[in-house]
Design a protein around this ligand. Structure first.
Ligand SMILES: NC(=O)c1ccc[n+]([C@@H]2O[C@H](COP(=O)([O-])OP(=O)(O)OC[C@H]3O[C@@H](n4cnc5c(N)ncnc54)[C@H](O)[C@@H]3O)[C@@H](O)[C@H]2O)c1
Length: 310
């Protein structure tokens, strides 16, 4: 039986990954400080004898006498609300926290996957974004704490690989959505579902013509696992290349919720990316991965969750 450690395991994506790995026959340890995650996300897994959960901040060193095959580092606050509130913690989590996990991987001869982000491309001047694009990040902007934290996480992963021969993996995750997102998270999908279900106008920042590509969480999790099992050391984009404007997304959420489509326009936040769409050729060719769940299908699954959590 393989053992996996999932840092950030009580978060939105992390909890789905724990569930998936248990389904694949893994022994799973979830580590989470609950800074943005929630115990309720993993409560249903606690009775499983192959699942353990440890409340721990990865910024502090981790002492566990457990051999480990795979480490998935998903631990990081990821919402723009957090960028304003806890920017230093975000930087420390990628710099010190990820280094602690890399050292753990070195000790255990484990593979380690770092959850990076499409934000490493900043406000991209190349569209769609290929992994070879070096990005257009404003390091001193409001999103700089997150974008640079992730860029550093990638850099230190490669440094451990080059210096110590550690089996590192880097995934650049594009916008992902689904059940277990925090309703108050501040990201576009929780905002729209909360507004649609409570009959409030949809908040549109800017003119709503900026684009996003949305990947359903089960597709993403499969991509993370495929990347871990592969021998691909270079970063891989994992996301859904179907691209929609924010206005189109708001209209689709309104339709899913059966809500009247009313809007409230607000100024565009600083450094908000204008376009987001992954080029997933690398994931297709090297991992044989591509997303399966359409936006419509994903919204139906997500609606049930937001209905029950509001
Ligand atoms: N959801 C997306 O669209 C998206 C897009 C790009 C990248 N990502 C990345 O994927 C990962 C998971 O994101 P998510 O959307 O599930 O967010 P999330 O906030 O739901 O999950 C992150 C989890 O990490 C935990 N955490 C944060 N800092 C920690 C620390 N120092 N020690 C221990 N635990 C810590 C949080 O409590 C939370 O449970 C993050 O690394 C994020 O940057 C997500």
């Amino acid at each position: 039986m393989k053992t996996a450690l999932v840092a950030g395991g009580a978060g939105f994506i992390g909890s789905h990954l724990c569930e998936y790995l248990l389904g694949q026959g893994y022994r799973v340890y979830a580590i989470d400080s609950l800074v943005t995650g929630r115990r309720i996300n993993i409560e249903h897994l606690l009775a499983n004898p192959n699942f353990s959960w440890i409340e721990h901040d990865i910024v502090a060193p981790l002492y566990m006498n457990v051999p480990c095959d795979e480490i998935y580092n998903l631990a990081s606050p990821a919402s723009p609300v957090d960028f304003e509130k806890i920017p230093i913690f975000i930087l420390k989590t990628a710099a010190i926290g990820h280094m602690n996990l890399l050292n753990w991987a070195k000790m255990n001869k484990a593979r380690i996957l770092f959850a990076s982000t499409s934000e490493v491309y900043g406000d991209p001047l190349e569209h769609p974004q290929k992994e070879t694009y070096l990005g257009n990040v404003n390091c001193i902007g409001h999103r700089g704490c997150y974008d640079e934290a992730k860029r550093y996480g990638e850099a230190i992963s490669m440094a451990f690989r080059r210096q110590y021969g550690i089996e590192t993996r880097i995934v650049r995750i594009f916008n992902t959505y689904g059940p277990r997102m925090r309703p108050e998270d501040g990201r576009v999908i929780p905002n729209f579902f909360t507004q649609g279900l409570s009959g409030k106008p949809f908040t549109i920042y800017g003119d709503g013509k900026q684009t996003r590509s949305l990947c359903y969480v089960s597709d993403l999790v499969e991509g993370l696992h495929k990347l871990m099992l592969s021998d691909v050391a270079d970063p891989v984009n994992v996301g859904n290349p179907d691209e929609y404007t924010i206005l189109e997304i708001a209209k689709s959420v309104a339709a899913a919720c059966g809500a009247q489509f009313k809007t409230e326009f607000m100024p565009l936040p600083p450094s908000d990316p204008k376009q987001r769409r992954p080029d997933i050729t690398r994931a297709k060719e090297l991992l044989n991965w591509s997303p399966k769940i359409s936006l419509k299908e994903g919204f139906v699954k997500t609606l049930d969750y937001f209905k029950s959590s509001l």
